[in-house]
Design a protein around this ligand. Structure first.
Ligand code: DX5
Ligand code: ZN
Length: 225
């Protein structure tokens, strides 16, 4: 499975998002963090901005990460904008399977996100209901935090559950991804990497996207990086 780099625009210039997105043509997707100030102690952007991003960048893969309360109500409205993937947190959802099925019926990929303290085991029996599992490798809410090594076991177990299901479920991680942490995540079974500050803090963000992907591909192929 090819490795994908999804830069998070949370740490980009939020008042110039169109320009920021154009700076990373090599990205496999744009990771859009939506925060409501309740599910996480931070507020970012919402539905009207996501609608504009979809219109302004019709050819980019938009990977929305909802860190909000009541995602069963809101997630379909994000799918309605035509984004490619909508991720919502299991901790905030009353009906994750029903919401995932609704997203898929709208032609949108369904991604299930887990906070660091949330175990993957309860999801194992219905993991094939999702197109992606998003394992947070920091407490959600802010960019620039330190990668939590303690998540590697959960990532490995998620990879086992996905392989056992036989379904094509992407495993995404989000938080603290950089050249220093990406190898151990590849080893644990991740194939989709969200990277915020390591990409937008680089002198050349697009070169960093390519470098991270090449490093992950090399590692997955068993080579030294
Ligand atoms: C954090 C967000 C992330 C964040 C990642 O809650 O979900 O997408 O932007 O930023 P870095 O890569 O800097 O940890
Ligand atoms: Zn995110």
């Amino acid at each position: 499975m090819a490795n994908r780099i999804h830069p998070s625009i949370l740490n980009a210039n939020l008042a110039a998002l169109d320009d920021e997105i154009r700076r990373i043509p090599s990205a496999d997707a744009i990771h859009v963090d939506v925060m409501d100030g309740h599910f996480v102690p931070n507020l970012s952007i919402g539905l009207p901005v996501v609608e504009c991003l979809r219109k302004n960048h019709p050819d980019r893969f938009l990977d929305v990460h909802l860190m909000i309360e009541n995602p069963d109500l809101w997630a379909p409205q994000y799918a309605e904008t035509g984004v490619d993937s909508v991720g919502f947190h299991i901790e905030a959802s009353q009906a994750p399977i029903r919401t995932a099925r609704q997203l898929r019926s709208m032609g949108c990929r369904a991604s299930l996100a887990l906070r660091p303290q949330t175990p993957i085991e309860p999801v194992a029996d219905f993991i094939a209901e999702f197109d992606q599992i998003l394992i947070m490798t920091v407490d959600p809410g802010f960019g620039g935090q330190k990668f939590l090594d303690a998540m590697l076991g959960k990532i490995r177990r998620t990879r086992e559950f996905v392989e056992r299901s036989g379904a094509d479920v992407w495993i995404q991680i989000d938080g603290g991804v950089s050249a220093a942490t990406i190898d151990r995540c590849v080893d644990a079974g991740v194939n989709v990497f969200v990277a915020g500050s390591s990409v937008f803090g680089a002198d050349d963000p697009d070169a960093m996207v390519r470098a991270l992907r090449e490093q992950a591909d090399r590692r997955a192929a068993g080579g030294l990086s």
